[in-house]
Design a protein around this ligand. Structure first.
Ligand code: FRU
Length: 486
């Protein structure tokens, strides 16, 4: 039974959708094939799972404003990762234990039911500040019954204690939570359970100033632990890393450690922290393993407190979106990301130009343009500098083994801002997914990725290619049809 408060909040949120429907629908920056909020602010992907054949993607959602606040869980489902249905609202901040936000969390399947673990946020304005880990359960995958608080924050941590990710190993359930210790260091904290209701606090699996790590942030958000190609991976979002050369350029980071983990003994022999993305907007990714055995990732195309209010969609009453779904693999050295193969169903006919050579020149290439497109560029030869200019706005350029993405600074508009990555072994290929106001660039078969929002003039569709010295490449282009939303 849903409480009166729950029904009231959900109904107010529905009214907010109705109120701004037209404005959002006619915004030229709205996305064609990415998840966006129906109104308000979208952040983290939550509860990602394929359950009884259907993919469920929940999301952090603030319906009443384009700022952060008392979050709801919005909900999308799909049978094929291409056509999505926007479901009714899954969770609202309607209870005493989650009234200031149904914060991020994860989903598992157990005895035919769908379990959601999330953080109930209490912001301290009416009583103590607290973040407790809560449970909601569903029989049908669309209506959820809250079961209340499972885990209160253990001693030694501040009230920043959130984002439970749950999985099963043998007969034991594990949960990892993002935390801040009392001395203000970011940590990933483990719990275990035999029945999903009673949880034992195991301790810290990794963190700032733990093991070989030096200072690695004052708070760790959105941890995720999984196995990939024989490696144990801890993905996490540390807050408070100083920018360092080409690394850690965003306000907050998102990356991973790879190694060998014994969850129960809290042993994790791991590599250094590595960033997952090199673009301007990527944060709080979450993964699941699907029925085909693939490790699928969605990320939030946004970064907390990184000039979020400067996005031009704010005046249209919405902000932020998700990435496209990506498949993760371990290539022996690092995680690579590739768009899931299902996305090729969005393609129209291919346009191919092979062996294009540009020498000390800037050129358009016939038919290579558009704002809802996929481009695949294979480099045959490149001896000095190669650049792709998008819509008189952003530029992707490669020189001296460094790939740079630049765009006008979202806050200080007369300036240009840059994100870079070194490609020690050179540039082999670039795959771009462009969707009106978003750009995802997969480099060298997904070894590096740049995820960013872009806000060129809405009608601008031109793409220019520049080479200093000579560059030869082939290029394929597809128009992308967009998700069919119900
Ligand atoms: C990450 C985050 C999470 C939190 C959620 C609240 O973006 O701050 O740690 O659960 O967003 O919306």
């Amino acid at each position: 039974m849903l409480s009166e408060r729950d029904l009231e909040l959900k109904s107010l949120a529905e009214q907010e959708i109705e109120k701004h429907k037209e404005t959002v629908a006619t915004d030229p920056y709205r996305l064609n094939y990415h998840h966006m909020p129906p109104v308000g602010l979208m952040n983290d992907p939550n509860g990602l799972i394929q359950w009884r054949g259907v993919y469920h993607l929940f999301y952090q959602w603030m319906p009443f404003d384009t700022t952060h606040g008392a979050k709801f869980w919005g909900h999308y489902t799909s049978e094929n990762l291409v056509n999505w249905k926007h479901e009714k609202i899954a969770l609202a901040p309607s209870d005493t234990f989650d009234r200031d936000g149904v914060y991020s969390g994860s989903a598992i399947s157990h005895e035919g039911r769908l379990y959601l673990f999330y953080t109930g946020n209490l912001d301290g304005k009416n009583g103590p500040e607290q973040e407790n880990q809560c449970l909601a359960v569903s029989e049908d995958g669309v209506t959820f019954e809250k079961k209340g608080v499972l885990i209160e924050t253990p001693e030694g941590y501040t009230a920043h204690f959130r984002d439970p990710k749950v999985w099963k190993q043998g007969d034991i359930w594990y949960m990892v939570v993002g935390a801040q210790s009392e001395d203000h260091q970011g940590k990933a904290v483990m719990f275990s359970s035999h029945d999903l209701h009673n949880w034992e606090h195991l301790g810290t699996i990794a963190g700032s100033k733990e093991g070989r790590n030096g200072e690695l942030g004052f708070m760790w958000e959105c941890p995720d632990i999984f196995e990939l190609g024989g490696k144990d991976i801890l993905m996490v979002c540390p807050q408070g890393l100083e920018s360092d050369g080409m690394n850690y350029a965003n306000t907050y980071q998102s990356g991973y450690f790879a190694g060998e983990m014994n969850e129960h003994n809290l042993q994790f022999n791991h590599s250094e922290f590595r960033e997952l993305d090199r673009g301007f907007e990527f944060y709080a990714p979450q993964t699941t393993v699907d029925e085909k055995g693939r490790r699928i990732l969605f990320g939030w195309m946004g970064v907390p407190e990184q000039y979020e209010q400067e996005h031009p969609t704010i005046e249209k009453h919405w902000v932020h979106c998700m990435t496209i779904p990506r498949e993760l693999t371990w290539n022996g050295e690092k995680i690579t990301q590739t768009p899931v193969e299902e996305l090729s169903a969005m393609r129209g006919p291919v346009l191919l130009h092979s062996s294009v050579t540009i020498e000390n020149d800037q050129k358009a290439i016939r038919g290579i343009q558009g704002r809802s497109i996929e481009l695949n560029i294979e480099i045959d030869q490149l001896n000095e500098m190669f650049a792709i200019e998008l819509f008189q706005y952003a530029s992707l350029s490669y020189k001296d083994r460094i790939l740079t993405l630049s765009r006008p600074h979202l806050e200080e508009r007369s300036k240009t801002e840059f994100r870079r990555v070194g490609l020690g072994e050179g540039l082999r290929n670039i795959r771009l997914f462009i969707d009106r106001s978003s750009l995802e660039v997969f480099v060298n078969d997904g070894e590096e990725v740049f995820t960013s929002r872009i806000f060129p003039q809405p009608e601008e569709e031109h793409i220019l290619f520049t080479s200093l010295g000579s560059t030869t490449f082939s290029i394929e282009k597809w128009d992308l049809n967009g998700y069919q939303y119900e």
